[in-house]
Structure formats: C-alpha cells, structure tokens
Design a protein around this ligand. Structure first.
Ligand code: IPT
Length: 980
C-alpha cells in the first residue's frame, strides 16, 4: 500500500462439554460413514440481480474470507484452515493468486508442490467453499512487488496498463493461471463462482487493459461473472468499473473502516469512515469485495494489537451496521487467516515475516475470540434466507435518543431486520430503550439495551423452520430442523434481559429444561386473519442472558421447538455441522449421519463434553466410538478425550561457522556476473557508470554481494554509497577486507517530486594506508534486498525502484571501478525449484547449501554462535520429533529476550526460509514452523544465518508448542531436498 496520495480524504487518515455411562452397543457402528458412489459432475449456473448472487436460481448470501495459499507452504494445512473457515460459517473463500510465487523467470511457471493451486481448489471444494478467484495480474496484498515477479521490472512499458511489454507478460501469466481456474469453475463442477479482475485499479484507468484481462479470461474459458474490488469508497476514486469500457459484471468495494493503527487499538474507532459498502449498480448486488478483517502492523505493535483493533466489538458494530445499512449480500473479509511471509515474500515497506494480520485464525492456526464472532454472525446469515433479498424499511422508533435503529425488510416474506446501536456511534455507555415496533405480526413494545460498543440485528416476522418468530430482542445465531424438531440458538449480552415471542394457534406446552425462563401466553383474537373466538396467540418468554437456558415448546399447532438461549460465550460453543448442531469441543470440522450414527470430526484441547443434537443414537468422533447418554434436550451427551501431553526437545548440538569470504581481496569472483550494463528499465537512472541494480542481472530475491576493483591513489579518504534495500534493509561495506560499517538502505526515491537524491546514503571513512597507490583495492558490499515495492497506484517510478547499488563515489579517487555481482545461485534459473524463487538469496552459505538438510557441517565449530562479528555467521543443529499421531501441535521457533539489535537472522527449517528475526526487521520473536515443512515424526534440520552489522551476541532459540489439539488433519511431509 502506498501512503502518498494524501489528496484522498480517507487515505490521508492512514498516518493515523460429565462422566458418561455408555448405554449403547457401540460395536454395531462402523467407524467411518459409508462412502457414496461418485456421481456425474454436476454443473451449476451463477446469476445475479439487484439483491444477490444466485446459484442455480437460489439466492445465496456470500460469506467469504480471504486466504493466501502462498503464505502457508504446506498443502495439507490448506485443508485445516479451509475447514476452519467453513466451521465459522463461511461458505466462500477468496483467494489471490500470486504471479511472483509461480514465476522465477519470464515464460517459466511452476504449479507443483507448495504451488499446486489445482490441489488448493480441490481442497476448497471438499471443504464446502465457493471460491472467488483473484489472479490479478496485480494483487497488492503486501506481497513482494504486489504479486508482480521481479523480472517484470526489466520489461519495458508501464505495468498495469496496455503497454505492449507488460501486456505480453500478463497475458502469459493469465494464460497459465486461467485454465486452472476455469476447470474448477462451478459451471464445470468445481467451486469457483467469481473472477476478480485486477485489484483496486483506479490510478491508471486504462479501460482497454481492464477490458483485455476479461477478454483473455473468456478466451481462457472463464465463464463465471467477473468482478472487481474498488478501493476504498466510490466517492474518492476515479473509476469503479461499474460501467463503460472495461466494466466488470459485479463491481465491489473495499472498506477498511478501522485503518491500520494497531498501536492505538484501544482508542481507534472508525478513523477510515463508517465502512458502508456503496451500491455501484442497480442491477448487481452490493458487494463488500474486501472488508477489513484484520490489519497490517505498520507501527510494529505486534499482531495481537491488530487483533484488538479489529476485535469482536469492531466486528459487531461495523459488520452489522454494514449489513443493514448497505444491504450488501456478499462479504469478503480480509483476512480470515493471514499466514507467513516466508522466504522473500514480504513487500517490506508494510510488513515483516508474520502476516498474522490480527485475523480470526492466527498465524499458528489457533481460533481467537474473533473467530467466535464470525461464527455467531455467519451462522445467522446462513440460517435466515430472507436476508438475501431486502429493501430499506421503516425502523421502529426508540424511546431513548441514545439508541437508534435502522431497518430492512424482505419484500416477499416481510421479515424485518432491525439494527440497534448507539446513536452516537462512538459511545461506550450502557443505554436502554423501548422500541415501538410494528412487526408483520402486530405492534409491540420491545425493550432493548446496548452496553458499550455493540450493535445487534433483531429479527421479526420470521418463519423459523415450522415456527413463527414474532420478534426477539435476543439475536438469532442459528436455526435448523434436526432430530424431528426445530432447534434454535439465540443469544444476548451477558446479564441483559431477553424476550422472545412466538406465535401459536393454541396454547403450547412449555418445559424449561435448564435455566430460568418465564413463559406467558396471551391469545390475540384480534389479529388480522384470525377468526373471532380462536385462541391464536403469542407465547412470550422472558429471561436474563446468563449461561445457557433451554426451553422445549410442544403443541400449539406446531412441531416441537427447542430453544437454546445463551450469552455470547455460550452461543459460541455451538457448531452447525452438516445435519447436526453440536455443543462443545474446540472445533467441529464436519459431521454426517448415516443410519443412526453421527460421524463427527472434532478437535479437543482437553477432555471435555460433546453434545450432539440431531437424528442420531450413536456417536463416532474422529473414527472412535464415544459412549453417550440421551439428555432431556433430546441430544446425546458424551465425553471426548483430550490430547496427550507433548514435550519438545531442547535445541542442542549446535555447530557454527562464520563466512563472508567475499570480503577478502583474494576471493575468486571470476564466476560472478560482470556488472557491465549501461541501460536499465528502471525509471530511476543509476549514478554509476554501469548499472548495478541486482534485478538487471537476474538476482531478484534475498541478499546480493558486490565486489568492485579499482586502482588506488593512496589519497582515498571516504567511500560514499547509496543502495536500495526496501524498508528494514541495510548494506554492509568492506574495503580490502576491512569492515567499514553499514547503513540503512533506501526504500524508494520519491516518484512525484524530484527524485530523492539520497534514498539510502552511507558515508564510510577510509582508514589511512588501507588503499595503496597503484595497487588494486577491492570494495565488497553486501546489500540486503528485503523485497520489492508494490504498485498500488500503478506507478513504475515506485514499482521499478531498483534494489542494489545506486551510487558510488570514492573521495580522493576518480579511478574506474569494475564491479561484479552475485545473488542467488543460478539467478532466474532456479537451482532449487522445489522451494522456489523466493526461498534463498546470495549469501555464501545459501549459495553453498549450508541451509539444506544433510549439509556436512561436521568440521564446523561445536556450539552455538554466542558472539558474532560483522558479516555472516551460520549455526546449524538437528532435532527429532515424534509427536502423537492424530494431534495438531503448532510449533514455533522462539528467540529469547528482547528483540536483538545490530543483526538479523534468517531462519531455515529443512532448507525452507521461514523468516527473518531482528530489531531492524520487526517486533517478532516467535516464528511459525508449519507442520509439513516441520517433520512431526522424524529428523529436522535448523540452520540460522546471522547477518551482523556490529559485534553481537545472538539471542538463544528454543522450540515452543503454541497449542495442542487432539484432532487436526493428517499432514504429510513436504518434500525438502537435501544437500547433494
Ligand atoms: C487493500 C488491498 O486490496 C489488499 O491487497 C491489501 O493490500 C489490503 O489493502 C491491506 O492489507 S487496499 C486498501 C486498504 C486501501
């Protein structure tokens, strides 16, 4: 993201479950549900109108969250996360496809292993999710180059326009990705339902380009509707692609009402606006193409602060307000799970290694309180079909001006949805009011209370299965017909009063099974349509939201209803899985019923109860029969075991070795690339006689070494350098083997104003006598390329900012300097295609395979590197894990103490670069070691490359288990080639 276009108002604000007796013969149940024969692939049709998207003519409310496979390099874990999405009530996942992740070199593409997006799309479908496919070509997403491969910096023509060079390049990308997406479209039996064209494309407004992406997509077989995400609100951006040349079928809008100031999470409240998704066309649904689900951490506050910034209070107020005020029926929350900027995936100006994003599902795949809130809201949206077609309606008057209401109604069912919130949207007070509510079933005085920052969506006139819900001041979470009865979960703020009114044709029988609930029945002979003398009337239940109350209602002319009335926390214990409602466990992944056996897949962090509501008499969880007893609620109650305790090994047996031989004058660099080019595609022209930009020589990611030879005059006093590294980067300088020091690298030279002449200037004093007259001197410079700028505003000045040396002068000499450059071994011709282009750079150890498993480090010094000197020092060890099978134990590498200063550490697990630690980089001390890359049952190799700018004592590291769940998904080891 770019912070520069301050003229845009909103963007200006950026700166800112008892022991159980088994009663049933368990032996009769098989341990897995019977599999059904594979049917012919069904094909479906996606349409849309003013109200919603429809699939095969059925309106569907799209509940999506964003997921980046490229930030989780372990395909089996894609299933874990996507199942967690589904269990939170999402029915859709939105996925960016990152061009840079797949293409090391123009014309070269890889869709295998961790890059197997065909497998990803199959898993998404198996998890029961529709897919919004977002292949760019530009994606932003705080990923290096905004998804553009760095080789594109060498392609002439402005990126994100119809310039011929760029056009040929993006058409090649789309030519590779589109056919994969096409065969996974819902129209061909897959689950891709929408195709996102470009990303927040506003600044270049090249309509022919927008049109061509769509033409290309159609030619490649894309037949689902096209869409786009317009940045941030229709009023401030020049183009929405809602009409005219380049228009998409369903234009959408991005909204980030909380902005990104995680450091001020406790005080931020909507600095970027009300977060109301605009209607861009009358014949398409209102689409929240990206709606803030977390935040980047621009202040290095740590992602827990970002989770707080975008926590349940924010979600309740902003998400519910947007639902009712804007009438949107398609929501994509960015992000549901953020993941990891492993390797050189980060766009360094906005993010560090972790892309946790303060999401509902943490980087280590744990479920947060935000996950509970998504579940409460999503299950509501999923249960109540009338929400897919609503118009603004007259809202009930509030007796107290501190509380306001906003309403929508479904024109067919007349079901009403009333938003209740503080009139002062920032208020944190506790207020009560009475609503004078004319519902479809009569006029009522409804008590409401808003305690602190909150918002509620109340419902009236709703056919809840076989029931008639007249109104409730509790919020509905879910309702379903299961086990021969309607079952509904309603909830409200702990300690607040709750009332629910249901309509019957005669007085029903009410049994309070748990909790304290008062029931009263009042006939309503005067209701319209009710014959005089009839006893049709209202059953009113009054209670306090406290723990969980259970009420069974039967008779009254309707099928039985079980009402479960709880607090927010009690509601969050429920899972709607397939034909079952389940209470308890840390996660219910899926459920089926076959015969009278319920097959449930669930995770447990401790031994706890599981309660299952549905047509089942026996229970099998994770393939094991569970003893249960029937309850008065008609459910089955059993107890599940927790996980076995896990002990992680201590990291011992270290060996270390310093390298940086490149600093020595006699080092043989004859195999390096001579930096002799005199032209570059970068709009920023170098201040050196030959181009020294790393990308121009095919060295795109990670560290780059330079060696420059010149003949000494003996009068040299100072060397002045300038290098671009991206934010968080430095460069280190040696002359004739002597370390001269380091400087912070430049991020970019200003694109609009005259070029910043000193983006990353460093001046280094040359000690007298170091350079001798007439003798050859050798400058050695290690430049840390932290990743590439994005192209948010379609500005080559920004995207094509170089990495590497930009200016070099030696005071006291005008002798020509002959430069050689060395980055990742092989450059664009990958030597390690398994791990891909972003895994490793040009450190000596990386070029020599020191990061790889089985590298022979037997001659290295024993012990960890406790003291390092400027330059690069490696330490390696190996450890074995044998974690209990059928458990999910997310493990991280933890650096002890405060974040280390003056050095950074590149972390390699089994050869995979899992991030960078250090004070220059960010606040992060825990680094995710994802299962799959981490061999859970076998040997692992850990290699740390320490790049020190000064003498330093590196922080000690240890393995930590961040959770322990019985359950999870099976995870196989990701192939990790060894040193050969
Ligand atoms: C929006 C981008 O579309 C998305 O790719 C990501 O960068 C997100 O921002 C921030 O994480 S742009 C919007 C915030 C201006």
């Amino acid at each position: 993201m770019n912070v520069r276009p301050v003229r845009r108002l909103k963007l200006r604000l950026l700166a800112l479950l008892t022991a159980v007796t088994a009663t049933l013969a368990l032996a009769v149940s098989p341990l897995s549900p019977p599999t059904t024969a594979v049917a012919a692939v069904p094909r479906h049709r996606v349409t849309y109108d003013h109200y919603s998207v429809s699939i095969d003519g059925q309106r569907v409310l799209l509940r999506s969250a964003e997921f980046h496979y490229f930030r989780l390099p372990s395909p089996d874990l894609w299933r874990d996360v996507l199942e967690k999405y589904r269990s939170a009530g999402f029915n859709t996942v939105s996925i960016y496809f990152d061009w840079a992740y797949h293409s090391p070199k123009a014309g070269v593409y890889d869709f295998t292993g961790v890059r197997d997006v065909d497998r990803l799309l199959t898993i998404a479908q198996q998890a029961g999710l529709y897919v919004i496919a977002r292949p760019g070509p530009y994606i932003n997403a705080e990923t290096t180059g905004g998804g553009f491969p760095a080789w594109l910096k060498n392609v002439p023509g402005r990126a994100r326009t119809s310039a011929p060079g760029y056009t040929a390049a993006y058409r090649d990308w789309l030519g590779h990705i589109d056919p994969i997406l096409a065969r996974h479209q819902i129209t061909r039996g897959g689950s891709v339902i929408l195709y996102n064209v470009e990303n927040e494309y506003a600044e270049a407004t090249d309509a022919a380009y927008m049109e061509d992406i769509q033409k290309k997509a159609r030619a490649d077989g894309i037949d689902v509707p096209t869409m786009t995400n317009d940045c941030c609100d229709a009023a401030s951006w020049t183009s929405t692609w809602a009409s005219g040349q380049g228009a998409v079928q369903i234009p959408g809008v991005d909204d980030y009402p909380q902005g990104f100031d995680c450091a001020n999470a406790d005080t931020s409240w909507g600095p970027w606006g009300a977060g109301l998704t605009e209607r861009l066309r009358d014949d398409t649904p209102v689409f929240a193409a990206e709606y803030q689900g977390g935040s980047i951490d621009q202040q290095n506050a740590g992602f827990d602060k970002c989770r707080e910034l975008t926590g349940p209070k924010y979600m309740k107020f902003f998400y519910k307000s947007n639902l009712i005020e804007s009438g949107a029926t398609a929501f994509n929350y960015y992000m549901g799970f953020g993941g990891t900027n492993w390797g050189w995936l980060a766009q360094p100006n906005d993010v560090y290694t972790s892309y946790d994003y303060g999401s509902a599902i943490t980087e280590n795949r744990l479920l947060s309180d935000k996950y509970d809130e998504f579940k409460r809201q999503n299950l509501f949206l999923a249960s109540v079909a009338p929400l897919t077609r609503t118009d603004p309606a007259t809202a009930p008057a509030s007796s107290d001006k501190a509380i306001e209401t906003v309403a929508r109604a479904n024109p067919d069912t007349r079901t009403q949805f009333v938003l209740v919130r503080h009139s002062d949207h920032t208020a944190t007070t506790d207020d009560s009011a009475t609503l004078d509510w004319t519902t479809p079933d009569g006029r009522y005085q409804v008590p409401v209370r808003v305690k602190g920052r909150d918002a509620k969506v109340l419902i009236a006139g709703y056919d809840l299965g076989g029931q008639r819900l007249v109104w409730s001041n509790s919020e509905l979470m879910t309702n379903s017909y299961t086990g021969g009865r309607d079952v509904a979960v309603l909830y409200g703020t702990d300690g607040t009063q709750g009332s629910t009114v249901l309509r019957y044709s005669s007085q029903p029988t009410v049994k309070v099974l748990q909790g304290s609930v008062k029931a009263s029945y009042s006939p309503r002979p005067t209701d319209p349509g009710v014959p005089p003398g009839s006893s049709s009337g209202d059953l009113r239940l009054d209670y306090t939201h406290s723990g969980l109350a259970r009420v069974l209602i039967s008779g009254g002319g309707r099928r039985p209803l079980l009402l479960l009335l709880g607090t927010d926390a009690e509601a969050a214990k429920f899972w709607q899985a397939g034909p079952l409602l389940v209470r308890g466990t840390s996660l219910v992944r899926s459920a089926t019923v076959s015969g009278q056996t319920a097959y449930v897949r669930a995770d447990t962090a401790k031994a706890e109860d599981i309660e299952v509501f549905g047509d089942a008499r026996r229970l099998v969880v994770n393939g094991s029969p569970v003893g249960t007893r029937p309850t008065a609620s008609g459910s089955l109650l059993g107890t599940l075991p927790g996980p076995k305790a896990v002990r992680l090994p201590a990291l011992t047996g270290w060996r270390s070795k310093a390298e940086s031989p490149e600093t020595q004058p006699a080092f043989d660099d004859s195999g390096w690339t001579a930096a002799t080019k005199t032209t570059t595609e970068s709009p920023l022209k170098p201040k050196t006689p030959t181009v020294l930009y790393a990308d121009d020589y095919g060295y795109h990611y990670g560290d780059v070494w330079y060696r420059g030879r010149f003949t000494g005059t003996g009068a040299e006093t100072k060397v002045s350098l300038n290098a671009f590294t991206g934010k968080r980067g430095s460069y280190l300088v040696w002359l004739n083997g002597r370390y001269l020091g380091s400087a912070a690298g430049g991020v970019e030279a200003d694109a609009d104003a005259p070029v910043n002449p000193d983006p990353g200037r460093g001046d280094f004093t040359i000690p007298a006598g170091l350079v001798k007259a007439g003798q050859q001197a050798v400058l050695s410079v290690l430049v840390e390329n932290q990743g590439h700028n994005d192209d948010w505003i379609a500005d080559d000045n920004r995207f094509k900012q170089p990495r590497g040396l930009y200016a070099v002068t030696v005071a006291g000499s005008d002798a020509p300097i002959a430069w050689r450059i060395q980055g990742a071994k092989g450059g664009e011709n990958l030597t390690d295609p398994t791990r891909g282009p972003l895994n490793s750079g040009g450190l000596y150890g990386e070029r020599a395979g020191w990061h790889l498993p089985a590298y022979p480090d037997g001659t290295w010094k024993t012990g960890a590197a406790t003291e390092v000197t400027p330059g690069v020092t490696w330490q390696r060890t190996s450890f074995r894990l044998d974690l209990p099978k059928g458990q999910d134990v997310p493990i991280a590498l933890r650096f002890g103490g405060p974040v280390g200063q003056g050095y950074r550490v590149q972390i390699f697990l089994n050869g995979w670069n899992l991030g960078q630690y250090g004070g220059d980089i960010g606040p992060q001390t825990d680094f995710t070691l994802p299962a799959g890359l981490l061999r859970q049952h076998g040997g692992n190799t850990l290699a740390l490359a320490i790049v020190a700018r000064a003498d330093a004592t590196p922080a000690p590291v240890s393995l930590v288990a961040l959770d322990n769940e019985r359950g999870g998904v099976p995870v196989s080891d990701v192939p990790s080639p060894s040193f050969r």
